[in-house]
Design a protein around this ligand. Structure first.
Ligand code: C5P
Length: 310
């Protein structure tokens, strides 16, 4: 371990998961991405990402379902740290330790969140003093939703999801997430969306004004009525059991339900914390999901926390 006195101390960053309140998929672009209009909300399921100088590059990941998470250079957090490192022209390998509670491969941006956290942590460790705008530019090189995980809160994403504008959202919204082991690849879900749409021309999407006023009102019933995901039909077409999970949640009293991003996590909006506890218990009892977790949004994006002592 590199331990010269002047070495910077390790830095830990806490980063939230996201849910898409609205995900409108536009036409396929020449670069292989779809133009999007999406409304992201950050929710308090977190990963903690610690960066520390070391003799070699490396990555350690802990938490449920993390066996499938790569620890080599294909890990998005590693790519993020290397991106900043190479950009600045350093020769200082980093070890990244990721403690995951965001569902792995769940459509809640767990990998993107770790990349966002690694950028924020390296910026602090190396005292680079990058602005949020500069960090978000690096983030956009790593993935469409990485910039949002730096910013947090509630925001509209356009372009391929990486161009952000803030949204006024009043109050807190209570969520229940049904997390399953069914594998779903994001590119496959987009491709299925294209297949289901056929050859009809697809318009450029724009955020719905009804959703914006529901967010301003802070009323979960109004928001529930506006939850929209153009990828939902594609995800259910590939994994019909997701339709059953959605039905169960609604029968058990959710105000609204939606496949989260490209799935397979299903997100339910509920009235308050008591309703969240009730729905969590009811859905857990059905056994249709591997795990059921409640959360609140919006919360802050990636931010430095005191170092972990475990
Ligand atoms: O940007 P990200 O790495 O999250 O994208 C993963 C994949 O999802 C892309 O390779 C693409 O197949 C699909 N995608 C898309 N349009 C977007 C975002 C993602 O087609 N706006």
């Amino acid at each position: 371990m590199t331990s010269a006195h002047s070495d910077p101390a390790p830095v830990t960053v806490r980063v939230p998961a996201k849910v898409n309140l609205e995900l409108l998929v536009g036409p396929l672009r020449d670069d292989g991405f779809h133009s999007l209009s999406t409304v992201y909300q950050a929710v308090n399921l977190h990963d903690d990402v610690t960066v520390a100088l070391d003799d070699d590059w490396g990555c350690t990941v802990s938490g449920a379902g993390t066996d499938s998470v790569p620890t080599d250079d294909s890990n998005l957090a590693m790519r993020a740290a290397r991106l900043l490192h190479d950009e600045i022209g350093l020769d200082a390998p980093v070890h990244i330790t990721i403690a995951k509670t965001i569902p792995v491969a769940g459509g809640m941006a767990g990998g993107s969140a770790d990349a966002a956290a690694a950028l924020v942590a390296c910026d602090r460790m190396w005292s680079l003093g990058l602005s949020s705008e500069e960090l978000e530019e690096y983030a956009a090189e790593l993935g469409s939703d990485v910039p949002f995980l730096i910013r947090g809160g509630t925001a509209v994403g356009s372009g391929r999801g990486e161009r952000l504008a803030p949204v006024l959202a009043r109050g807190n919204f209570h969520w229940v997430f049904a997390i399953s082991d069914i594998g779903l690849s994001t590119p496959e879900v987009y491709a299925e969306c294209d297949r289901l749409r056929g050859s009809a021309p697809v318009p450029e999407p724009t955020p719905s004004t009804e959703l914006m006023s529901a967010l301003r009102s802070g009323d979960p019933r109004a928001l529930a009525a506006q939850l929209t995901n153009d990828l939902e039909a594609a995800a259910i077409s590939l994994r019909p059991e997701l339709g059953e999970v959605l039905e169960s949640g609604m029968e058990f009293g959710a105000l609204g339900g939606i496949v989260s991003g490209s799935g397979p996590t299903v997100a339910f909006l509920v009235e308050d914390v008591e309703a969240a506890i009730d729905l969590t218990v009811a859905l857990t009892a059905t056994g249709t999901a591997r795990e059921v977790r409640k959360a609140v949004g919006p919360v802050h994006g990636a931010h430095v926390i005191p170092a972990r002592v475990d």
